[in-house]
Design a protein around this ligand. Structure first.
Ligand SMILES: [Zn+2]
Length: 504
């Protein structure tokens, strides 16, 4: 009979918060009440925990047991508190000593047989434990490598509840498995493999340097996918902070790459056009999982054959792209995931997509018009670079110079990004993110003579006011890549050419 508490971690989206699992055991009819805003999964945990305790050779207190999770206002979900709850109950009702667990944080789901099973979101959980000053974090063996990504925290593993019980009694030790060296990462696809296709290569470089959203239109075989796959390889390597954010999101989604290390390259997500809205922006039953747009945080969200996506799915991406985060409304509140992704759209020019281009098209006119209108939705309205790419004929490749490698392009991209970040601070970090008001501010407004090509295009009805802003942003990127302080009329010309889609 008594009271005990054990610490664990609850996740709010991708942020962990240390919580206290307290247990009180009092005389009365045997029962177990769990309070502290638990969700359905937590209620189900009661039977699981009781079975796990029995099967670990410990005795479940046959009394009135109350388990409470603090602080009460923090939403808790999932099965990551199983082990902490079992230990708290045993400490309160079965004389389990907790001296060795005073500054510990315990993570892990319990199997009926008492084994500890890996949980999602261990990286953000251990980060929270570290912030709270935990001296020891106990995790299931399958989560050890991920937990050790957080420096300066003592991480130990327990394969079963019995081991932790043995540990606090001084009869067993926790596991300290050697960290697996991460296997050599496959180098990302290199731009040197894309021969010819000057326009597409240039578009990718501009997209990387200015962090512009990009749309590519062209027949199958024009290399749209090859180009999109190579964008992450020319983006700047993630900063330490970005690296942790991206890895934490993949951890919460249960999609950490097998190599175990921090994700240091800009991620690429390429969801299929049949993907559900939940797969794109996040959701699902129980714990709301991050969707493709959050897994592409600080990286690239590539929508191939974007005209084939459901209109509702594309619409669902609008707000996250605008705000850099996804808000998922749930029964018990809201889950927020970061979603600062760079969008790359690719589409065939028409449904029949014949290699010969428009001249060979066999689509009925009405079908073509409908297809194009699906492309020119509100999503495309946010895309600075909208280029047509054509298939490269094999003959055109003979005798061509070897193409520039990703490393060479990436070096230019880094310099351009730095120049832009210095210029726009504190309003934006890249040209693609500069608010229109800043773009038109007296300090940055470009002279009429330089903007002349855009004014002409507007007069002809080929460019909207927003289109003008987007072209101006791209012109800044052209200048940054060439190391110029300000765009010239030539830079503006090139920017306009990179919006060659009819009508915009
Ligand atoms: Zn066609």
């Amino acid at each position: 009979m008594g009271y005990a508490k054990i610490r664990s971690v609850a996740l709010q989206g991708v942020v962990g918060q240390v919580i206290v699992v307290e247990a009180d055991v009092a005389p009365g009819l045997p029962s177990l009440v769990v309070s502290g805003l638990p969700d359905a999964a937590l209620t189900e945990a009661r039977d699981r925990i009781r079975a796990a305790v029995h099967n670990s050779g410990a005795t479940w207190p046959q009394q009135r047991i109350t388990v409470n999770l603090l602080p009460a206002h923090v939403r808790k979900h999932g099965s990551g508190f199983d082990t902490a709850m079992a230990l708290a109950v045993l400490a309160a009702g079965a004389d389990l000593p907790t001296r060795l667990l005073v500054d510990a944080v315990i993570l892990g789901e319990l199997g009926l047989d008492g084994t500890l099973r890996p949980v999602r979101g261990v990286l953000p959980a251990v980060l929270a434990a570290s912030r709270a000053g935990a001296g020891l974090v106990v995790v299931p063996p399958g989560n050890v490598d991920e937990a050790r990504l957080v420096p300066d925290v003592r991480v130990r593993a327990a394969d079963c509840l019995g081991r932790i019980i043995g540990f606090v009694h001084g009869t067993e030790t926790l596991l300290d498995p050697p960290t697996q060296p991460p296997p050599a990462q496959r180098p990302p696809a290199d731009l040197a493999d894309v021969l010819g296709q000057e326009r597409g290569r240039r578009a990718i470089e501009l997209a990387a340097a200015g962090r512009h959203h990009l749309a590519m239109f062209g027949p199958p075989g024009a290399g749209k996918t090859l180009l999109a796959q190579r964008l992450p390889g020319i983006l700047p390597e993630l900063t330490e902070q970005e690296s942790i954010e991206v890895t934490a999101l993949h951890s919460v989604a249960g999609e950490l790459p097998a190599d175990g290390g921090l994700i240091r390259r800009a991620p690429l997500q390429a969801p299929h056009h049949t993907s559900s809205i939940a797969a794109l922006v996040g959701g699902g039953s129980g714990i709301a999982k991050p969707g493709a747009i959050s897994l592409a945080h600080h990286g690239v969200l590539f929508l191939d054959e974007c005209a084939e996506f459901q209109a509702s799915a594309l619409n669902a991406l609008r707000e996250p792209l605008e705000h850099g985060e996804v808000r998922l409304r749930r029964v018990h509140g809201e889950t927020v995931y970061p979603a600062r992704a760079q969008l790359v759209l690719a589409a065939n020019p028409c449904p029949c997509a014949r290699p010969g281009g428009d001249a060979m098209c066999q689509c009925p006119p009405g079908v073509r018009v409908r297809y194009r209108s699906r492309l020119s939705g509100p999503l495309l309205d946010r895309v600075d670079l909208q280029v047509d790419v054509v298939a490269v004929r094999a003959a055109a490749l003979f005798g061509t110079e070897p193409a520039e490698s990703s490393a060479t392009v990436a070096a230019r991209v880094v310099r351009a990004r730095q120049a832009a970040a210095r210029r726009w601070a504190p309003h934006a970090r890249s040209n693609g993110e500069v608010p229109a008001a800043v773009l038109r501010d007296r300090r940055f407004r470009l002279p009429r003579t330089v903007l002349q090509p855009l004014a002409t295009a507007m007069d002809r009805g080929q460019l909207s006011a927003r289109g003008m802003d987007r072209a101006t942003r791209v012109a800044w990127t052209v200048a940054d890549l060439d190391g110029r302080d300000r765009p010239t009329i030539d830079d503006v010309h090139e920017a306009l050419e990179m919006r060659s889609r009819r009508g915009r």
